[in-house]
Design a protein around this ligand. Structure first.
Ligand SMILES: NC(=O)c1ccc[n+]([C@@H]2O[C@H](COP(=O)([O-])OP(=O)(O)OC[C@H]3O[C@@H](n4cnc5c(N)ncnc54)[C@H](OP(=O)(O)O)[C@@H]3O)[C@@H](O)[C@H]2O)c1
Length: 229
């Protein structure tokens, strides 16, 4: 039996320089950020999700971080969805990821108390030592997530920035304060399951009058399967 493979480069967020263009909005020499191929040279025909770089007085790598999709998602998901106030208690899951680490730093700038969860000792150290989180824990070492959250938030959580879903969301719901806010950025623990897990503690949304809202930064939409839209 003969197999035929067709290889295509991965796509992701990147920065690129235009070498040639048939489009009036892009000319040779322009720098762009957005959805690009993980390859040295690309032919880009899909221009949705591609932005011209206007400011080059910052490192170009910022356009894949703070000035790109992670920064946009962290900004909108934290400030617009959560309406944070000084002194509030903030919990972030997947906190060392591209989005989570920025949310944590925004929350510290607001004067919040910030705790993050991550999946290794190195990531936990990074959160506490480099990104200025007040505390952090390795969720893989916790047998009881509810008990862990009670340890880190004895007075409860005002704001939860949700990146993972599943068991973490269930434990967080039990530990939210009245009128807390949950910003649903992602549910990474569920993406590759054949059957997504159910959430048990949704009743907390009612009793605690919690505001829980999803959001989508426009550029992320280029990656969403059409069956989810
Ligand atoms: N709504 C939007 O517009 C928008 C935009 C961008 C991203 N997102 C979503 O936001 C979330 C974070 O994005 P990101 O770019 O920061 O991701 P990232 O940098 O790729 O980090 C993702 C992290 O999630 C953790 N993770 C992976 N599988 C997990 C599992 N089964 N359970 C718990 N944690 C798991 C891993 O960290 P650990 O080792 O610490 O577990 C991983 O490094 C994702 O869900 C993403 O889909 C949404």
């Amino acid at each position: 039996m003969e197999f035929q493979f067709q290889f295509q480069p991965l796509t992701g967020y990147g920065v690129a320089k235009v070498l040639d263009s048939g489009h009036p909005n892009f000319k040779k020499g322009d720098l762009i950020w957005g959805t690009t191929g993980w390859e040295e040279y690309s032919v880009i025909t899909e221009l949705e999700g591609l932005f011209k770089i206007q400011h080059t007085d910052v490192p170009l790598s910022y356009y894949t971080g703070i000035l790109g999709m992670p920064g946009l998602s962290a900004y909108v998901g934290f400030y617009e969805v959560c309406s944070p106030k000084k002194g509030e208690y903030v919990f972030i899951s997947a906190a060392s990821g591209a989005v989570g680490q920025l949310v944590g730093q925004f929350a510290k700038l607001m004067g919040c108390y910030v705790v993050g969860s991550a999946g290794s000792k190195e990531k936990v150290d990074l959160l506490k030592r480099k990104f200025g989180f007040d505390d952090a824990f390795n969720y893989k070492e916790e047998t009881d997530l509810d008990a862990a959250l009670k340890r880190y938030f004895p007075e409860g959580i005002d704001i939860y920035f949700e990146n993972v879903g599943g068991k973490m969301l269930d434990a967080v719901l039990l530990n939210m304060k009245d009128h807390g806010r949950i910003s649903v950025s992602g549910l990474v623990s569920q993406y590759n399951l054949d059957q997504p897990e159910g959430v048990q503690n949704l009743m907390c949304l009612i009793y605690k009058r919690i505001h829980m809202k999803g959001f989508l930064s426009l550029i992320t939409m280029t990656f969403i399967p059409s069956s989810w839209m």
